[in-house]
Design a protein around this ligand. Sequence first.
Ligand SMILES: [Zn+2]
Length: 190
Amino acid sequence: MSTPSLREVIAYTRRLTPLHLELGIPASYAVDRKLAPHLEADEATLTLIGTNDEGRAIRVIPEAASAWTRMRASAALERITLIPISGFRSVARQAELIRAKLAKGDRLDDILRYVAAPGFSEHHTGRAIDIASPEHIDLDEDFERTVAFAWLRERAREFGFALSYPRGNDTGIGYEPWHWCWHRELPDAP
Ligand SMILES: [Zn+2]
């Protein structure tokens, strides 16, 4: 996977437009929330790293999978268990998640604080992993109180993983201590 060309990004954004219209996502979404589109990984290349509670496969791109395996093994040496909860998610699946929340009566604005609009989730890239631990299995802010989170803060960078949405980040996405993304070249530490 190389950096997408402008043409690819434009074609992708065009494909997202009908979905965004259907879900009621404002045209100013990307600008308002300071979010860039994330292109979908080629599903055929993804590697299985686990299954979630619903029996859904958790898959990421091969480089992220091998980094994850090494990171998980290093944590295990210190008796820390890292549990993958979610990996790659398609644009279609992202739309499904938002549709289900809207059907339950949740407000779109509230939904978009933790669920990116289709096309804008880092999970599309196959590089992001939501991580939990046996001491705290829910994906919420209290994950930051775990030894697993403390370990990740200290060590994840060695394996190429960075926290995408730290507390007070300037995007329209809230603090997500569970969401880590593997990078070929790591961004600056928050
Ligand atoms: Zn996530």
